[in-house]
Design a protein around this ligand. Structure first.
Ligand code: ATP
Ligand code: MG
Ligand code: FE
Length: 343
């Protein structure tokens, strides 16, 4: 079975082809980062228009890379939500047009299920059950994943997402959007402990987190600084920020492992590309004789491969009746807001 995956929930247009027998055959991505950079963040209307320009070309691109034709596709998987409504509509319009023309089913995929399943494109791939630390631009959650499709939310950020904190800190330091990679690189040159920042809720007896206080603490440090162009100070501030984020996530993961007795951990979402976070979480999990899994580096942020993988897994889990109902479905909707636990 060959599944085409399409992602268009935010500022990346992605397409990919995955086969149930041979795994990921091809994937292609167009990121709009350069287009949005001048605005310091994603401009929804510009995002939608650019998805329109790129989507079909990316689909043709993965077909060519994989040596397949449109007639070889057996199903289309597309991000149905959560995300920007206009951006989601573009990917869904393309996916459903292809489905209608080829008379094949179209599966609406949850973007966060895609992020989590991206880890299953790594070798070795994690088995179920596992604890998931989902750290992205819009979400920071700890979930218990008993089996495919069953997501129990154990805790989450009460305000900003970790990725959002990276992006806002980058903005305060005059670094380019998106902030993750830039702040992380700057932090490598800094000294731990030189600037200590707030770690809100780190000791709270639950798995919830907060990152907006950390952002305020960065802002206060910026205001108090004598010279914000001083490279040593900048690196130390970036280091202080990264250490604070990593400490909070590590403390919550350790608490979650203790609470659930689960020793298998999956970390996913854009921030899971972060080197400092990977090093620390890997260390904490191994010291507790657990196993930790991440998506391949390039599949941490948004991409079509994770959507194709989630779509294939969804299709395989369906009963014959559900598949028949999917085949008969007409029209489509998008879900800009869509809690993962409701799957
Ligand atoms: P969501 O998936 O919650 O809807 P999103 O799709 O915008 O949000 P992702 O694409 O998963 O988020 O991740 C983007 C985020 O990851 C950005 O906030 C970015 O700064 C962050 N990020 C990317 N690379 C790194 C890195 N190396 N270190 C830290 N953060 C990173
Ligand atoms: Mg993005
Ligand atoms: Fe994402």
């Amino acid at each position: 079975m060959l599944v085409l995956g399409i992602e268009s929930s935010c500022d990346e247009t992605g397409a990919a082809l995955i086969s149930d027998r041979d795994g990921l055959l091809a994937d292609a991505l167009h990121t709009q980062i350069d287009m949005h950079r001048a605005y310091g963040g994603v401009v929804p209307e510009l995002a939608s228009r650019d998805h329109i320009r790129r989507a079909v070309a990316l689909v043709d691109d993965v077909l060519q890379k994989a040596g397949k034709t449109r007639a070889d596709i057996d199903a289309v998987a597309v991000t149905e939500g959560p995300g920007l409504a206009g951006a989601l509509l573009v990917g869904n319009a393309v996916a459903h047009a292809i489905g209608w023309a080829l008379e094949i089913p179209v599966l609406g995929v949850h973007h966060l299920e895609g992020h989590l399943l991206a880890a299953r494109l790594s070798d070795p791939a994690p088995e179920f059950p596992f604890l998931a630390v989902l750290v992205s631009g819009g979400h920071t959650q700890i979930l218990k994943v008993e089996r495919f499709g069953h997501y129990e939310l154990l805790g989450e950020t009460l305000d900003d997402a970790a990725g959002e904190a990276f992006d806002k800190t980058a903005q305060l330091l005059g670094l380019p959007y998106p902030g993750g990679p830039a702040v992380s690189a700057l932090a490598e040159k800094g000294t731990s402990g030189a600037i200590e920042l707030a770690r809100p809720m780190i000791h709270a007896p639950n798995l919830n987190m907060s990152f907006s206080g950390l952002k305020t603490s960065v802002l206060t440090a910026v205001h108090a600084a004598e010279d914000t162009s001083d490279e040593t100070w900048r690196a130390n501030l970036a280091r202080g920020f990264v250490d604070a984020v990593v400490d909070v996530l590590a403390a919550k993961l350790v608490r979650a492992m203790r609470q659930t007795k689960l020793k298998r951990v999956v970390v996913a979402g854009g921030v899971s590309a972060n080197k400092q976070l990977r090093a620390r979480l890997t260390d904490e999990v191994r010291r507790r004789k657990g196993e930790i899994f991440y998506p391949p580096m390039r599949l941490c942020t948004d991409n079509g491969a994770m959507i194709a993988a989630a779509g294939l897994a969804r299709y395989e889990a369906m009963t014959p009746e559900e598949r028949e109902a999917l085949r008969r479905q007409t029209g489509f909707k998008v879900r800009p807001r869509w809690p993962l636990e409701t799957l």
